[in-house]
Ligand binder design. Structure first.
Ligand SMILES: [Zn+2]
Length: 124
C-alpha cells in the first residue's frame, strides 16, 4: 500500500470515528502497513467496523488481514496453492518471481538425479 492509499484508508476511518487525518498520522500508519495490500486493509477496516466499537488501530487491521489469509489458505486445496511450474514451491512462487527478474519467465528448474551429485570435498 502506498501513502496515498494509506491516507485514503485513514479518511474512510475518520468518516466514522472523527479522527484527524494528519501527515504524521499517514506516515506512521504507512510505516506499519506498507507491506499489505490496500484492498485487504480496506476489507479489514470494514470488518472491524462491523464487529467492534473499538477505535481502530493498525494492529486491528493487521490481525484481521492475517486471520483472513489463514482462513483463505485453510480453505484452499494444497495443489491449488502450489506453483504449476516449479514443483514443491508454494504460491506466490519465489522461483517464478526470480525468473521474471532474470527475464526467463516459465523456465523449469534443472533437476539433477541424486546419484550424479559428487561430494564437494573429502573428509579423512
Ligand atoms: Zn514457480
Amino acid at each position: 500500500m502506498n501513502e496515498m492509499q494509506t491516507a485514503q484508508l485513514l479518511i474512510v476511518a475518520s468518516a466514522i470515528d472523527n479522527r484527524i487525518v494528519s501527515d504524521p498520522a499517514i506516515v506512521a500508519w504507512h510505516q506499519i502497513l506498507q507491506d499489505f495490500e490496500y484492498s485487504d486493509l480496506s476489507a479489514a477496516l470494514t470488518e472491524h467496523r462491523r464487529s467492534s466499537t473499538e477505535y481502530v488501530t493498525p494492529a486491528h487491521l493487521v490481525a484481521i488481514v492475517k486471520r483472513t489469509r489463514q482462513a483463505r489458505a485453510a480453505a484452499t486445496p494444497l495443489e491449488a496453492s502450489m506453483c504449476a511450474t516449479h514443483e514443491h514451491y508454494p504460491k506466490p512462487c519465489d522461483a517464478c518471481r526470480q525468473d521474471e527478474l532474470d527475464g526467463t519467465p516459465g523456465r523449469k528448474p534443472v533437476m539433477v538425479p541424486l546419484g550424479t551429485i559428487k561430494p564437494i570435498g573429502h573428509v579423512i
